[in-house]
Design a protein around this ligand. Structure first.
Ligand SMILES: [Zn+2]
Length: 151
């Protein structure tokens, strides 16, 4: 058994909720573990201190006000739940759109620009001209010369 188990059992020991077997296992551990023994001692001191306090009379309506406050908090939370859910979905959707856009832009690399010298000297690579010219944003003087040269 690990130390975490003993820590969980310590509370049950303090409250007198352990079987006799479990209690003897815990007492064996407390002999060997100063940390748990000190914690149990602290809990016992706090318990006896609380029991020695005199009872106080709560103001009238105290329980009702506590319940009202809890309900108000719950209503406020339930009011914002749909808004929060919508915000989460929106952020998720926008993130997905950005990822798709970046992936698309990375997948479609721009093609190499048309090198005019090879066209003008008659060394035109096949199948490259129409695609490259259509992807340009404006027509240059060299494009016009190329069109004339190909006629
Ligand atoms: Zn321990």
């Amino acid at each position: 058994m690990n130390h975490r188990y003993y820590r969980q059992q310590l509370s049950a020991l303090h409250d007198g909720e352990l079987s006799s077997d479990e209690e003897s296992v815990m007492k064996d551990h407390l002999v060997r573990c100063e940390e748990c023994a000190a914690l149990l001692k602290t809990w016992r001191l706090i318990g006896s201190g609380v029991r020695s306090l005199e009872e106080i009379q709560l103001p009238a309506g105290f329980s009702r006000r506590v319940l009202e406050t809890v309900r108000e908090d719950e209503e406020e939370t339930s009011f914002w739940m749909p808004v929060e859910a919508l915000a989460r979905k929106t952020v998720f959707g926008l993130s997905l759109a950005v990822i798709v856009l970046v992936a698309f832009l990375l997948a479609t690399e721009p093609q190499q620009p048309v090198i005019m010298e090879s066209y003008l000297s008659g060394e035109v690579p096949e199948g490259n001209t129409p695609v490259s010219l259509l992807q340009r944003e404006s027509i240059s003087k060299n494009d016009i010369l190329l069109a004339v040269a190909q006629k």
